[in-house]
Design a binder for this molecule. Structure first.
Ligand code: ATP
Ligand code: MG
Length: 334
């Protein structure tokens, strides 16, 4: 049976990239009737230092974002990672399965650690082993993520395969990445070669789901572009990453193909295209924004939802963890 798992870090506010690359597709999977488990990965967030009060706020706001975007906590399991111990426990097993050389190749570590990798946390280095645990603790079969997580998913497959091989079992499934759609990689508004991130120091680089209409319009107006009008085919955008990014965002928001967008706006300049994109973004994001604010007025209710989700998640993950311990030869006598 298909079981979908995916997660988002409470490392800041949700961005348009998270919405188009992740949330929107999470809702589609849920609405298609698939079993869906969505996790606010707070243990991942602390691989770089987080202010505790901000982390608490971001966790609740992210939960509100999931629900406002259309995740129904009755149909999907929605919870925060640290409330289900199997994630951290299975991650330890996988730290012992994964090889240093595999993790050293991870581009996200290189990007996030920057020049001074000696100073990065051990957790940031081991991040992909925890991500493998998130997925495999549920025997999830499909993982919808943005393009940036592809390498980590390949590592998850490698870890599952090595575990199965080392212990002569067929215990962990080999997961399928689900990376599709016009905007599985939304780029920064300031630099068309860098992905949009909630942790980017520049707020102008991204659109946040909490931005109001004026802010969205202003950020898009100031988004970096070139002076040329839009071409009549996508080939004409090959060397224009910033322009291509805005076309992709438009396409994803409007549920159109990027080809259809350039056909519609062929020959038009950004003076026309940017305001049209701003209107579309406001139209799609304003209802989510309003619902998030409403939900954030009652954090007790949000915490209750996360607790109930964690109990359901635990009921799936704990027996899988116990079986895994047994396979490894760890004595369980409780
Ligand atoms: P951080 O900067 O802290 O890593 P992030 O914005 O990259 O934050 P994550 O929590 O790491 O967000 O990722 C959550 C989900 O959003 C993942 O599925 C990831 O692939 C997706 N995602 C993140 N950024 C983008 C983007 N720019 N375009 C499309 N999908 C994205
Ligand atoms: Mg990220």
């Amino acid at each position: 049976a298909t079981r979908i798992f995916s997660g988002i870090q409470p490392s800041g506010g949700l961005t348009l990239g998270n919405y188009l690359g992740a949330l929107k597709r999470f809702v589609q999977a849920q609405d298609a009737g698939t079993e869906t488990i969505y996790c606010i990965v707070d243990l991942h967030a602390i691989t770089v230092w987080q202010d505790p009060a901000k982390l608490r706020h971001a966790t609740r706001e992210l939960a509100a974002g999931f629900i406002a975007a259309g995740i129904d906590p009755a149909r999907s399991i929605l919870f925060n990672q640290s409330q289900v111990p199997a994630h951290a426990e299975l991650a330890w097993i996988f730290n012992c399965v994964a090889r240093m050389g595999w993790l050293k190749r991870m581009t996200q570590f290189k990007d996030k650690a920057g020049k001074n990798a000696e100073n990065a946390s051990v957790g940031l280095f081991a991040y992909p082993a925890l991500m493998a645990a998130d997925i495999l603790a549920y025997h999830a079969t499909h993982v919808p993520v943005g393009e940036d997580q592809k390498q980590h998913l390949e590592l998850t497959r490698d870890i599952a395969a090595k575990f199965n091989h080392d212990f002569g079992v067929e215990f962990f499934p080999i997961v399928e990445p689900v990376i599709e759609g016009a905007a599985t990689r939304v780029m920064s508004l300031r630099d068309g070669t860098k992905k949009m991130s909630k942790s980017d120091p520049s707020d102008m680089s991204r659109i946040n789901l909490t931005d109001d209409a004026d802010t969205i319009a202003q950020k898009l107006r100031k988004a970096r572009t070139d002076p040329d009008p839009l071409p009549d085919s996508l080939d004409g955008l090959a060397e224009r990453p910033e322009a291509r990014n805005l076309v992709n965002i438009y396409a994803a928001l409007a549920d159109m193909t990027p080809e259809a967008v350039v056909t519609q706006y062929a020959g038009q300049g950004f003076g026309t295209f940017k305001p049209a994109l701003a209107d579309l973004a406001v139209e799609k994001l304003a209802p989510i924004n309003a619902e998030m604010s409403r939900l954030m007025q009652d954090v007790t209710e949000i915490d209750r939802i996360l607790g109930a989700g964690a109990a359901r998640a635990n009921a799936i993950a704990q027996p899988i963890l116990e079986q895994c311990y047994d396979i490894v030869g760890l004595v369980r006598s409780r």
